[in-house]
Structures are given as structure tokens and as C-alpha cells.
Design a protein around this ligand. Structure first.
Ligand SMILES: NC(=O)C1=CN([C@@H]2O[C@H](COP(=O)(O)OP(=O)(O)OC[C@H]3O[C@@H](n4cnc5c(N)ncnc54)[C@H](O)[C@@H]3O)[C@@H](O)[C@H]2O)C=CC1
Ligand SMILES: CC(=O)C(=O)O
Ligand SMILES: [Mg+2]
Length: 478
């Protein structure tokens, strides 16, 4: 069983009660007294003097669930048959499946979907390769590719352990934007092998979403694939995160009444996400941006073995500040965490300027628990769905790929990304904006719709759209 992070947990307890020895109400009292909330009860079996029930219990902390199960074991007349973790149950056998669009009911169907008639379709594509977009899944399918080297903030846990995240991304693609996405975890962390494999896979796909590939390899992998493939290649941890971060920051700055040009921004974790977020912030006009990693602030007077850090230090930290996060954060208006859980302390936030913006985006455990700084922060956001203000690339990747597929974009360029940020930020109306609502929910259907419109317009404007969706043909989207 995984060690708990923070946030709610939920289990299903299967219990057998001897009804002459114990009342069901006593059991419920024990659960609630130990911090559990009963959210469902199912009767599984009953006999003359016994009953088996499944009780779904939630609690805010794992320790409370442990207290609940411990107390039940001590209750006379109750046998705890087993405890299941609902999250694990949901993952049994994986989270997605492939389904045909039409049934094969007779020989005629068989010959059309497969041989001999399929041959005519193959030859139509052989004669004109673009027909692949019309006649295969390429039109609507994205590969979600990882090597398992930087999975969430869990680190290099390898391709097998990365699969649940990639399956989750595929579900989100489908549910939020009707994009068919296929999770692919490669059993290699060699840059050249990854590039070659993805190039060889590309014919089936209309886009490649790179995911959770550690820096600095992710930069070369993406750059080379972008050069060598004619479909969009998008490293979600870099660009998806940057798009959403910028959207959130636009609105958070409005809440605290500060301007992006004057803000001192400290960003911790100069990896894939940290570098891309820094780039978008520099492009947006941030002047004082300081990157901090394990060795402290990145500064141009130092030399780093990571080539990206040398490049980064040249472009940031104008006052050449040196020192630890604790030192650098003094007077900062914005903290952005893209590192790992627990890096930021309350004393650090206390050193920031008044009404600080604190975006603690490490997953699954943020750099600081929001409850610890609720009273002193101007705006707090995390990458998680169980706190207000979820700044997570899930707000970007479904919509940006929906747009790219619909206009058969050859690439996803800077203009398309900025259009996506503006679209996301615009979903929160001025009268709705407040410290607990700077970014729309992932379930807000306006998000994908507005991203699609803005991004297709940007793709057409910048000449990377190979197809003009109908509603854009007569001079603009509806
Ligand atoms: N909310 C969101 O949408 C997203 C969140 N993330 C999160 O951001 C974090 C980084 O992701 P990637 O950039 O893809 O990984 P990465 O492995 O490319 O970069 C992580 C960087 O953080 C640094 N770091 C780790 N622990 C640190 C510490 N204690 N102090 C200072 N620096 C530290 C590492 O040295 C590395 O440079 C992860 O927790 C990930 O889950 C990443 C992408 C999207
Ligand atoms: C959200 C995401 O992509 C990550 O944490 O890696
Ligand atoms: Mg990721």
C-alpha cells in the first residue's frame, strides 16, 4: 500500500456482525468517534443472526482510517473481513479500454473492416499519405509517451509504475476533449532510443504528448522530435504547465493588485516544468525572476554541469542573488514550486512581501500544505484537485490537442500556447475572481471550448494549420 500523502482517503470495510452481540449503530459510532465519515453502506449477505456489510468510510488523514480499523477489530461481535482501498479498486485491470466504433456482425462487415476490402483503403493512403487523417485513427489520436523517469514528483520510478499516470492522462483527454489518447511507457531512458521509437510510432498518431520525462533529456527529445516530425510534439510538463501557470498568475496578480513587471518571482525546481514556466514568465514581462534548485539560487557567476542551468542563469536573477531558498525568498511577491513536497516552510512565506502569491505545484505532495499558510498568503494554488485553485496541466493538454487535431496543426507554437493561457484565464469572469477562484475547474466545459477557439485562430494566423475547421472558414469562430 502506498504511503499516504495529504488530502482525503477512502476505504471500503467488509464487516461481519453477529447481530445478537452488537448493534450496527455501535459500529457506526466507533467509526465516527475515530474520525471516519460513513458515506455508503451496502448489505452483502444476511443470515438469521449475522450480516455482512460493506461500509465506505472517508477520512482526511490515513492515520484516522488506521484508528477506525484498529477500533473495529476490538469491537465484540464484529469481524473485519477485509479492507479495500477505493483508489486501488478503481485501478484493477487498468482504467481504459479500446472499443470498436462498429460491430462486425457478418461476413460482409468482416470483409469491409478487414481483408479483402480494407486493401482499397490501404492503397488510397499509400497513394496519398494525407488520407491517413481521413481514414485512420490518426485524425483523433494522441500518444501519451513517458519513460517513467520523472513521474509526478515521485522521481524515476520506471515505465511500469508510470502507467497509471499515463492511463489517467488518456482518460482525461477523452472525457474532457474527446481526444483518443494511448498511454505508452517505454522501457528505455536512452535519448536516442526514445527519439527513434517515437518517430517509428508516429504514423498512427496525430500528435505526441511527452509526459514525465526528466530534464535535461526532455529538452533534446522534444526539440529533435519537433524538428523531425510533422505532427505536434508537446512536452506537457513543460508547456502544459507553463500555459496553466501563466493563466493562474494573470488572475492571481489581479486579486492582490500587483503587476507582473514589478513582481519578484522565485521559482523552486529548475527542471522540465520550472524552465518552461520561467520562459513563459520572462516572455510575459517578469523582470526579477530567480530560479532555485537543490544547490540554491542559480546565478550566472557559477558554472553548472546541467547545461540548461547555465543558459537559465544567464537570463534570470538580474541582481545575482546567491543563497538558499530561505534567503532568496525575502521580499518575493510570488513563489512557484515545481520541485518536491515539503520544500517550503511557513517561515519562508512569512519573509515574502505582503499578500504573497504561493503556487505550490509539486505533485502529489505540494511544497507546503496550504493549511499552514492560509492566514498569511494572498493567493494559494496547488496542482491537486482537492484544494481550491488547481494549477495543473490538465487544464491545458486536452484543449490544446483538441485544437491541434481539429486544424491538423504541424506544431504547437508560442502563439498557440499564449492563446491557451489567455483562454483559460478568461473563463473566470471579473466579478467571480477572488483568492479562492483564480483558475477555472477542470470540469468547466468552457475551458476546452475557449482553448480550442483561441488556439485554432492562433494556428491559422501563424500558418501552421493544415485544415480549416468549418466554423473558421468564413472569417472567425462562432
Ligand atoms: N501542477 C502541475 O501541473 C505540474 C506539476 N509538476 C510537478 O513539478 C515537479 C517537477 O516536475 P518536473 O519538472 O517534470 O520534474 P524534473 O525532474 O524535470 O525537475 C524537478 C526539479 O526539481 C528539483 N528539486 C527536487 N527537489 C528539490 C528540492 N528539495 N529543492 C530544490 N529543488 C528540488 C530537481 O533538482 C529538479 O531540477 C513534480 O513534483 C511534478 O509533479 C510538473 C508538471 C506539471
Ligand atoms: C501534472 C503533471 O503532469 C505532473 O505532476 O507531472
Ligand atoms: Mg507530468
Amino acid at each position: 500500500m502506498l504511503k499516504d500523502t495529504i488530502g482525503g482517503k477512502s476505504i471500503i470495510l467488509r464487516v461481519e456482525l453477529q447481530t445478537e452481540a452488537v448493534h450496527f449503530g455501535q459500529l457506526i459510532t466507533v467509526i465516527t468517534e475515530n474520525g471516519g465519515d460513513v458515506i455508503a453502506i451496502d448489505v452483502i449477505q444476511t443470515g438469521p443472526n449475522w450480516t455482512v456489510r460493506d461500509i465506505t468510510v472517508t477520512a482526511s488523514e490515513q492515520v484516522q482510517l488506521e484508528a477506525v480499523t484498529g477500533a473495529i477489530k476490538l469491537l465484540q461481535g464484529v469481524k473485519l473481513v477485509h479492507v479495500s482501498d477505493r483508489t486501488f479498486l478503481l485501478h484493477l485491470g487498468g482504467k481504459i479500454e479500446m472499443k470498436p466504433k462498429v460491430p462486425i456482425q457478418n461476413r460482409d462487415d468482416l470483409s469491409r473492416v478487414y481483408t479483402p476490402d480494407v486493401a482499397r483503403v490501404c492503397m488510397a493512403i499509400h497513394e496519398k499519405q494525407e488520407n491517413a487523417y481521413k481514414l485512420t485513427i490518426k485524425r483523433n489520436t494522441v500518444a501519451v509517451v513517458s519513460d517513467g523517469s520523472a513521474v509526478l514528483g515521485l522521481g524515476n520510478i520506471g515505465p511500469y509504475a508510470a502507467m497509471p499516470v499515463m492511463e489517467g492522462k488518456a482518460m482525461l483527454f477523452k472525457q474532457l476533449a474527446d481526444v483518443d489518447a494511448f498511454p505508452i511507457c517505454l522501457d528505455t531512458q536512452n535519448t536516442e532510443e526514445i527519439i527513434t521509437t517515437i518517430k517509428n510510432l508516429a504514423p498512427a498518431f496525430g500528435g505526441i504528448n511527452l509526459e514525465d520525462i526528466s530534464s535535461p533529456r526532455c529538452f533534446e527529445i522534444e526539440e529533435r522530435l519537433r524538428e523531425e516530425l510533422d505532427i505536434p510534439v508537446f512536452h506537457d510538463d513543460q508547456h502544459g504547465t507553463a500555459v496553466v501557470l501563466y493563466a493562474g498568475l494573470i488572475n492571481a496578480l489581479k486579486v492582490v493588485g500587483k503587476s507582473i513587471n514589478e513582481a519578484k518571482v522565485v521559482i523552486c525546481g529548475i527542471g522540465a516544468a520550472g524552465i518552461a514556466c520561467s520562459n513563459i514568465l520572462l516572455a510575459a514581462g517578469v523582470k526579477e525572476l530567480i530560479g532555485v534548485d537543490r544547490e540554491g539560487a542559480l546565478v550566472s557567476s557559477s558554472s553548472y554541469s546541467n547545461p540548461m542551468w547555465n543558459w537559465y542563469a544567464e537570463r534570470t536573477n538580474p541582481n545575482r542573488l546567491t543563497g538558499s531558498l530561505h534567503e532568496i525568498i525575502e521580499g518575493a511577491d510570488v513563489f512557484i514550486g515545481l520541485s518536491s513536497g515539503g520544500v517550503l516552510k511557513r517561515v519562508d512565506v512569512e519573509r515574502m512581501s505582503p499578500h504573497p502569491i504561493v503556487f505550490v505545484m509539486a505533485n502529489p505532495t505540494p511544497e507546503i500544505h496550504p493549511d499552514e499558510i492560509e492566514d498569511i498568503a494572498g493567493v494559494i494554488a496547488t496542482g491537486r484537485s482537492d484544494f481550491p485553485n488547481q494549477i495543473n496541466n490538465v487544464l491545458c493538454f486536452p484543449g490544446i490537442f483538441r485544437a491541434a487535431l481539429d486544424c491538423q496543426a504541424t506544431t504547437i507554437n508560442e502563439e498557440m500556447k499564449l492563446a491557451a493561457s489567455a483562454a483559460i484565464a478568461s473563463v473566470v469572469a471579473p466579478q467571480e475572481l477572488n483568492k479562492l477562484y483564480i483558475i477555472p475547474s477542470v470540469f468547466n466545459q468552457e475551458v476546452v471550448r475557449r482553448i480550442r477557439t483561441g488556439v485554432i485562430e492562433a494556428a491559422i494566423r501563424t500558418g501552421v494549420a493544415r485544415r480549416m475547421p468549418r466554423e473558421f472558414r468564413s472569417g472567425g469562430a462562432i
